[in-house]
Ligand binder design. Sequence first.
Ligand SMILES: C[S@@+](CC[C@H](N)C(=O)[O-])C[C@H]1O[C@@H](n2cnc3c(N)ncnc32)[C@H](O)[C@@H]1O
Length: 351
Amino acid sequence: MRPARGARAQTTAVSLALHVVPGLEDLASRWVGQEIPTADVERAWRDFDERTSLLPIHLDREGDASSAAEVLLTCPLAEDVFATALRIDDVPPVFAGLHVVRDAVAHDPALTAALDVAFKLHGAVRRVTYRVICRTAGRHSFRRVDLQRAVEHGVTQRFPSWRLVEDAARLELWVVLAERRLWLGVRLSDAAMRHRSYLQASLPAALKPTVARAMVVLSRPTPDDVFLDPMCGSGTILLERAASARHARLLGGDLDPAAVDATVTNVGPRHKPISLQRWDARQLPLRAGSVTALVCNLPFGRQVGTAEENRRLYPALQRLPILLRGLPTTIYVIRRVQTASRGAVLPRPRS
Ligand SMILES: C[S@@+](CC[C@H](N)C(=O)[O-])C[C@H]1O[C@@H](n2cnc3c(N)ncnc32)[C@H](O)[C@@H]1O
């Protein structure tokens, strides 16, 4: 891991970055290390908002940025991919800080290098439309919208022909200001990256596909897996398992017929052999030892079920690991640790 670099604009060599769901930083970082061995993944920026962490990625050789970006765009654990356009490590938290940001946007060569990556990937256009998305955390005497305006003024100064739009912008500049540290990235991905094309039918309480994939990765898939999601909802976990590696069989079901229908729609004719049916996870029609991995997103008792129902449901699920054979894995996602310990349904890592 590389420590944060020094103050002010640092380099014209392009760095990239991922946005990931908090909690997925280490898995995503490992994925990058495997897929791009020359990449150097910096410690994640966390806690600037509850939905996102930022994973800066530095590349060894100049000129690698576009091909590395293409690899990152296939990362199943990331929400978005960016070319880093600016890093400033000491933005004054007062109004003068806005001038620092505006001037860097107006003049820093790293922004041009990041834009080159975006245009190389997606093609250049004559008339650029853009928008700026800002997140801030910490104490500043200016507002988030002031920061946004400062970036926009810098852009206007540097690229007078660019047009600011609210939606459907050709370019998106995303800014994170966490205390005094600023990062600005040119977005290389679009919404398809995180939403997945297989999601034709969706239900409330569906997992983010990236989180489902993280759970699948933790189950350490092998080609002989008989993989079970006993409360599959719209099938996100099963579909991420299917996309991650070969399997011997996928098994899924749900108490709610609408959920089973949604999974059938999302799976389509693919991923055989797969068995989907309506069932009660407390009484599954499966033999002991017939499953090798069990991954499930339990109802939290908010969008699906109630706390009262969960007090009965969770203890009944203690019997589920009996289904597992060999050195199995059981991974649940649960909302509150208190609920888990009361229900005594706890993750059992593969030893
Ligand atoms: C949080 S949702 C799962 C969402 C799913 N992972 C997805 O991404 O679409 C929990 C699911 O558990 C199902 N469920 C609740 N009690 C159940 C039971 N006793 N047996 C089977 N399914 C149950 C609900 O119908 C709901 O679809």
